[in-house]
Design a protein around this ligand. Sequence first.
Ligand code: HEC
Ligand code: HEC
Length: 375
Amino acid sequence: MESRQSPSIVLGVTSAAIFGLGLWGCGGSGVSVAQPTLQSKAALGKALFFDKSLSAPTGMSCATCHSPNQGFTDPRPGFPTSQGVVKGLFGFRNAPTAAYAAYTPVFQQLAGTGAIGGQFWDGRAADLAAQAKLPLLNPIEMANPSAASVVAAVEKGPFAGALRKFYGATIFHDVPTAYSAIADAIAEFEKTPAVSPFSSKYDAYLAGTATLTAGEQSGLAIFNGKGLCFSCHPSTTAPDGTPPLFTDFTYSNLGLPKNPLNPYYSLPAKFNPLGASFIDIGLQTTTGRLTDTGKFKTPTLRNIAVTGPYFHNGLFLNLADVVRFYNTRDSGAFGPPEVSANMETSTVGNLKLTDQESADLVSFMQTLTDGYIKP
Ligand code: HEC
Ligand code: HEC
């Protein structure tokens, strides 16, 4: 069996060595903080993405839950959802990858039922800049009390000079404008090739520079055939040349059961008044339509071998179990769905895959990890 590749997209951490510290005056504040030279909005956004001073208390950055060493997901083991900066507080959803999110189209509600695009499992942020504003203020994530407090932290910190340089000398005069600039810079970083490198074995295979093993090849055929995976996770290059993103950005209710290990269920009533009876209604949160209850956005499968646990509630720890769910959901072995309305029945639940076919599907998904180096 082939060993897993870990992504080699190492982006580094905020350190003087990486950003090349120089001393800039800090206009008017009277305090001089070492100001690294940053060459672009994206470089500033990268610095902010890794900046652990942007949480309250300090210590958590975007990268805490979206680490480049873990396919831009949460590397901390032990829980199906992410712990916030305040110890013991957890969100109710598994952290998806921030990689390739730049390719997600702006949220668009479809007539009747469903939607395409948008950020988060339920599409409630239209795009990356809108998304980046939310975790900073979420009390169970980075927990800053206000946009003003985030802006004040950046103004006092090492990246104030760069924010002024790229967004204007008066950027700190207006809190909403400054907060939007911070989010915009982070989004610019997320749009860079470092976050979406398209450097997997499968990319090399499509480019004709790598060969799939027999098992991987068989897995690809099942992915595009008997497994019906391609119908929501397209595996081919788009007409405009964009390499396959393994998502069509649509929303489905796969009929997943609740995850009893979700730590959100035992949060204090202040954060979760419903306790263990909380139901995640997914897309309905965003559209308000009953026809969207229980639907979640189809995620990319790029880097999927290193981004477990899987699904919006982190139910499964490995890909073999994911495939077993798609293959045999309708046997009832997984328990009742959390939301039984709008359940996808035509492509999911009874695929009649053999054990070998299931194993091959997993082998194929393991070719989607970035940082492939030809042996
Ligand atoms: C405490 C963990 C945590 C932190 C910190 C965090 N995130 Fe997330 N992120 C999540 C979770 C959980 C979700 C999914 C939430 C949902 O769908 O309701 C998410 C969703 C996202 C998405 C959407 C991906 C998609 O395909 O829908 C992006 C992009 C993202 N985060 C970027 C960021 C950025 C930028 C920051 C810093 C400003 C950040 N995150 C901080 C946990 C975190
Ligand atoms: C009807 C559309 C659809 C089909 C068909 C489909 N998927 Fe999915 N896939 C989704 C959606 C939607 C999610 C997220 C569901 C959730 O978390 O509630 C998902 C999630 C996943 C995940 C977890 C991703 C993550 O980051 O947690 C994997 C792995 C996956 N699918 C693989 C497959 C494979 C393999 C097949 C074929 C056997 C397949 N999918 C068929 C829509 C689909």
